[in-house]
Ligand binder design. Sequence first.
Ligand SMILES: [Zn+2]
Ligand SMILES: [Zn+2]
Ligand SMILES: [Zn+2]
Length: 578
Amino acid sequence: MTAIRLTVLGSGTSVGVPTIGCHCDVCTSPDPRDKRLRPSVLLEYDGRVVLIDTTPDFRQQMLRLQIPRLDAILYTHSHADHILGLDDVRPYNFYQQGTIPIFAAPDTLEVVQRVFSYIFATGETESSRPRISVNRLDGSPFDLFGLEFQPIRLKHGRGITLGYRFGRCAYLTDHSDIPPESLAQLRGLDVLFLDALRHKPHPTHSTVERSLQYVDQLAPRRAYFTHISHDLAHVQTESLLPPHVHLAYDGLVLEISNDPPIDLIKLHLNQPTSEPSALTIGNFDGTHLAHQQLFRRVARHGRERQLVPAVLTFDPHPTQVLSPDRAPKLLSTHPQRAARMADFGLEKVFVIPFTKELSQLEPRQFIQQILVERLNAKLIVIGANFRFGRKQAGDVALLKEEGVRLGFAVEVVNEFVHRGEAVSSSLVRRLLEKGDAAKAARYLGRYYRLTGRVVAGFGIGKEQTVPTLNLDWGDAMLPRNGVYVTRTTCVDTGRVWQSITNVGVRPTFQGEALTVETFLLEALVPPSPHRIEVEFLHWVRAERRFADPAALKVQIFRDVGRAKSWYRHADRAARRVH
Ligand SMILES: [Zn+2]
Ligand SMILES: [Zn+2]
Ligand SMILES: [Zn+2]
């Protein structure tokens, strides 16, 4: 898909700026950016026009920008400043000779249908009325003209509103709080819109300060604040914001790139020099909490100093070349790692083929030829025990010394300790070997996951016990043999199922080959997934041999019961948090 062009139609709060009857500096400001219609944005992509909210200023907004067509409307919630312009879609009905689909949560639709009851009334009428078709959102992502939209649940005082994520952009207006499960849906963004009414706290809206905290936490490349009151003067407020954060204004146009969030670049010694970069170096297997700390710092420095936030990593893992018999099974593939790095705002991953020759480079050569000449590193963020070059002779002290001479800064990050343990890939591997999926997740910062194709398997599950999805997990490390509570996601469509997974050799069937078999806790509505991701949430029991398939089947139903109660409990716990 081509890029998305986003236009801010309105950036003001519910009464607009200037506000009727007010003579304050902002309401009387000559700066056009201090004139704010009610909040709405327009998206254009692949010749389509999609609108978020029909404000009371809708007619004026569309006239002002001479928007020739309208293909769909998404609603965030039912407050008057977001819906009242709906009647003015009629000209688009005339020109386009068709209905316009609207998308909203059920409670929003209910209000729209009440407020605009004449639109939905059946029977003949003498006057024209909008022709729209209604689409109910249940929180799942949906496709609109080839672009996927993910609704994001937000708290708006005591109410709920929807934000929308599309590609690498998210538009969130009218929120006081963003619940944790929604924050998790907002990683790896190019552009993030947030509510920032004013500085003073407000029961149903976020403030500049609160939204700056969200920006810090989510690390989008650029952030824009909207739903702004007359408390905030544009120029003065901008001067207080960090360089990648802005106040939105009416008429602002952004191009949002839909490029893959991160570039995986194979690095060769004759590669031309890259743009100036902020860099961290390592294998980053598992992209666990200690790694994430490095990623966050690199991303922040990149933004602040206008450097490309990047990673230098090795393929294969150096131990696979230097001492293959000691080489560990890996927790993640390069694409999985790169996707995770993008979540933290990194933009490039340089993968250097690790060979015996590379391992012979003297530390000073490594710095000169790779870090300086190829990667143009201006800042290197590194763990305190980082070693590099021939015989691992290079260390942080040498790196710093060479940095002074060659013009790059070095920031050293101490060992990362979480719940009393130094976080490392081998710690995570040890926990998975014990089957302790829950504890491994604490150090990974999310659940351990295997991704791959669904393979037919042996069919025994289907005929004799319960239907299963067999996973081809590639070379990834398997957790200890046994049964786990899992969550299964279809990689291609994003469908998610609660599940249990058996890792093992199927002793009841005299099996020898290892398999990873997943049983969904709910019926599988076709189509069957081709590629799945299985997340290991919780250990249930060790693998064991049963007298016959019937006994195994009884045990599997028992396992299913345990998994269901685990999920119910997790659900309640999640609700308590919010
Ligand atoms: Zn509003
Ligand atoms: Zn005012
Ligand atoms: Zn509202």
